[in-house]
Design a protein. Structure first.
Length: 203
C-alpha cells in the first residue's frame, strides 16, 4: 500500500501503545479503502516488548492467538485478551477501538505468531492441524532454541499434510527474549537490545 510508510512514521509516537496504534491504523485504512473503493480487510496482531522490564503489551485484530512459550516455567499459553473476543479485523468497522493487553516475558521466553492457514492444514483423512495439536507439538520441543523449534514445527505440519501444498502461504514468526537490558550510565551506554526474531514462510 503506497500510503503505508508515511502512516507508520506518523504513528511512531504511539508505537508503545498497541491498542491506540491499531485504532489509528484502522481509521487510516478505512479512509484509504473508501477513496479507492477497494473492499478488503486484514487481521493483525501487534506486540510491543519493553526490553528493559520484560513487559509485553499487545492487541489482536481478528488474528489467531500467538503462543507465549515460557521455558523457565515449562508452560505454553495463548496470548489472550481479558475480554472474551478479539478485536475486529482491520478495515471493517470505523468505530472500532482496540484495547491494549499486557503480560510479562522472562529470560528465554518466546512468542510464536502464525497465520490462520496453519489451522487449515489437513491430513489425508480430513482432520485439521488444530490448536491443541499445535500446542502439543511446541510442548514436545520446549527446550529447543526458537529457530530450531520453528523449523521442526513446520516440518511436522508438512508431514501431517503428507507434504501436499498448503492452501495459502503459511508464516510463522518467533520472537525470543534473551535477557533484560542493563540501564546505561555516564561511563557505559545502555546495552543493545537482546530480542531475536526468526521467521519462516512456506507456500
Amino acid at each position: 500500500m503506497p500510503h503505508s510508510l508515511p502512516l507508520f512514521e506518523e504513528l511512531v509516537v504511539v508505537a508503545d501503545d498497541p491498542g491506540e496504534f491499531l485504532t489509528r491504523i484502522n481509521h487510516a485504512l478505512l479512509s484509504i479503502l473508501r477513496r479507492t473503493r477497494t473492499p478488503m480487510f486484514a487481521s493483525a496482531f501487534y506486540l510491543y516488548i519493553d526490553a528493559a522490564t520484560g513487559d509485553l503489551r499487545f492487541v489482536n485484530a481478528g488474528h489467531p492467538k500467538p503462543l507465549h512459550v515460557s521455558r523457565s516455567r515449562g508452560t505454553i499459553e495463548l496470548l489472550s485478551e481479558t475480554s472474551l473476543r478479539s478485536g475486529a479485523a482491520l478495515g471493517v468497522f470505523d468505530e472500532a477501538h482496540y484495547e491494549t493487553h499486557a503480560t510479562r516475558m522472562d529470560t528465554g521466553d518466546s512468542v510464536l505468531l502464525f497465520t490462520d492457514v496453519l489451522y487449515e492444514v489437513e491430513e489425508p483423512c480430513g482432520e485439521y492441524f488444530d490448536q491443541s495439536r499445535l500446542i502439543d507439538a511446541v510442548r514436545r520441543r520446549l527446550s529447543l532454541p526458537t529457530e530450531q523449534l520453528i523449523d521442526e514445527l513446520l516440518k511436522e505440519v508438512q508431514e501431517y499434510a503428507a507434504w501436499q501444498p498448503f492452501l495459502d502461504d503459511v508464516c510463522l514468526v518467533g520472537v525470543e527474549f534473551d535477557h533484560l537490558l542493563r540501564p546505561g550510565t555516564k561511563d557505559e551506554p545502555m546495552e543493545l537490545m537482546k530480542v531475536s526474531e526468526t521467521a519462516r514462510v512456506f507456500s
